[in-house]
Ligand binder design. Sequence first.
Ligand code: GDP
Length: 312
Amino acid sequence: MNVTDRIYVAGHKGLVGSAIMRALEQQGYSHLITRSSSELDLRDRQQVDDFFETEEIDYVFLAAAKVGGIAANNDYPADFIRDNLLIQTNVIDAAYRAKVQKLMFLGSTCIYPKYAPQPLKEEHLLTGELEPTNMPYAIAKIAGINMCQSYNRQYGTRFISVMPTNLYGPGDNFDLHTSHVLPALIRKFHEAKVQNQPVVEVWGTGNPKREFLHSDDLADACIYLMKNYEDSEIVNIGVGEDIAIKDLAGMIMEIVGYQGEISFNSSIPDGTPRKLVDVSKINALGWTAQTPLAEGLQELYRTFQTEFLVKQ
Ligand code: GDP
């Protein structure tokens, strides 16, 4: 990938896409192509075909997707499977027909079986049952991986797929109903602090464990793999360490400076018990994550204050 190549970042306003944009800009890539969802509806095949026919794109980062936390996945299962299948099918197929040099499909670690051995190795894909709370999303992503592999096999394309662990960073979603746990807890603890609430409710038992990767680290990994990885097999992107939700809540409470109590609402589902990824493959390829969680959380709290609170 040369600095003058035409690079399309699908989903450039999202957590992942915006991080990839920042990293590409910083590294001097000068032909970055973007479209907002109002300019180009990726669910519409004709629009996607027309876009690829006119833009002469060399590289694609396919980071456009309908995403959300455990509640959103539960409430909008049809939207999650339909929108994701449409977006990825349209973009992957148009990229093939427009002869792009290389495409990266962004997946998620929820593609792995609920009870797969931990840490999750790439070869655990399709070896067991999925976690029901995000199955429609996961099935769409698995279809995307297989589509990239099948196109490579049948048409000789260079489509690679990467599986990032749970992400956080600038542009994160702080809406309590649709967000993931990190931004949700930052907001809950902050609001409890300023409103002097005695208790903050954390969903589930607090026992599940999650791994969290800063979106800037992910972007760095994506560009690294776009340049250095050619295989059809998926690659995990993570930090290789996880933390129990109850310990995470303790960390966030301290960073925010909240002095009250935590109550765990175990009537709300925990989701998958653990999904730590095995990062030995990406480490062996020459990449490791850089941002420690404590540092990233402090930055996320500042993001919440500068991006979210000021807009309210
Ligand atoms: P998941 O990784 O796909 O399960 O998505 P989430 O980030 O939404 O949830 C991770 C874990 O954090 C689950 O066990 C949730 O029950 C738990 N959790 C605790 N409090 C919250 C909260 O306020 N919001 C969200 N989204 N999750 C929470």
